[in-house]
Design a protein around this ligand. Structure first.
Ligand SMILES: [Zn+2]
Ligand SMILES: [Zn+2]
Ligand SMILES: [Zn+2]
Ligand SMILES: [Zn+2]
Ligand SMILES: [Zn+2]
Length: 249
């Protein structure tokens, strides 16, 4: 049976209810952004991802085959998530090895494979080609992070870069209905940076050939799939924004 309400030690005085949030929220467990279903205390504006609220004591991920990942509500500072490269600021799964791996609860649930209409993306900790957003193999600080890569190897986005794109737009207020004038423009800038048939191609050729157009059409589809893999399938207003996020440039 699906859990629709629960008591959680991180919010001891009130019952949390499963809600489908129409706006993105910041999870009070892992401190990362979330879309869609979450456990909420409306009175206190307190939210937990389903993954954070219903975390298991220990878990595994296929990319860390030899690691038992133990759930912690907090950890010592200076840790970052091996998947998305972002700091660990709250709930985390950590393995027991020296030099431990860390994963946000939402990053732990990243599917090893996304299949859509026969098009397959693989989650990988190696990067066969440059990420289409940052145009690099590493995300930062010498960290490769995880990426989703197409079978052909041509389409590759860092989990980190896709998270950043969505976060940027969230911070700019684009997701909060405040999407006129200024923020829409900033958002368009963010879009240009990601989906744009990389200025480089355009510059080289003067204009986009039909091959490039096809390439970027697939890239956008890939991007949308990855957004869903990270944040869950967007619903309602969020779905429309995600659609415009990846489609207009
Ligand atoms: Zn969380
Ligand atoms: Zn409360
Ligand atoms: Zn380990
Ligand atoms: Zn992460
Ligand atoms: Zn990247």
């Amino acid at each position: 049976m699906k859990v629709t309400e629960l008591e959680h030690p991180s919010h001891p005085n009130h019952i949390l209810m499963l809600k489908s949030s129409d706006t993105p929220y910041k999870c009070d467990g892992c401190k990362e952004l979330g879309f869609g279903p979450c456990f909420e205390c409306e009175d206190c504006n307190f939210h937990l991802h389903e993954e954070c609220a219903l975390a298991s004591k220990s878990s595994y991920h296929p990319l860390f085959r030899r690691c038992e990942l133990i759930f912690h509500e907090e950890t010592y500072g200076g840790r970052y998530c091996d998947a998305c490269g972002k700091d660990v600021l709250g709930f985390v799964y950590q393995c027991t090895h020296d030099n431990a791996h860390d994963l946000h609860p939402c990053c732990l649930k990243l599917q090893p494979k996304i299949i859509n209409d026969g098009f397959v993306l693989h989650l990988s900790d190696k990067v066969p080609s440059k990420c289409l957003k940052c145009n690099s193999r590493e995300i930062s600080r010498g960290i490769t992070g995880w990426s989703y890569v197409s079978s052909c190897g041509e389409f590759c986005y860092h989990v980190a870069c896709v998270k950043d794109l969505v976060l940027e737009n969230w911070r700019n207020g684009y997701f909060n209905g405040d999407n006129n004038n200024g923020s829409a423009q900033t958002s368009n800038l963010a879009l240009m940076r990601i989906a744009s048939p990389s200025n480089e191609v355009a510059r080289r050729k003067g204009r986009l050939g039909s091959k490039d157009i096809k390439f970027w059409r697939i890239a956008k589809m890939v991007l949308k799939l990855i957004i869903s893999a990270i944040f869950g399938d967007p619903t309602g207003g969020i779905a429309i924004i995600v659609e415009s996020l990846v489609s207009q440039y």
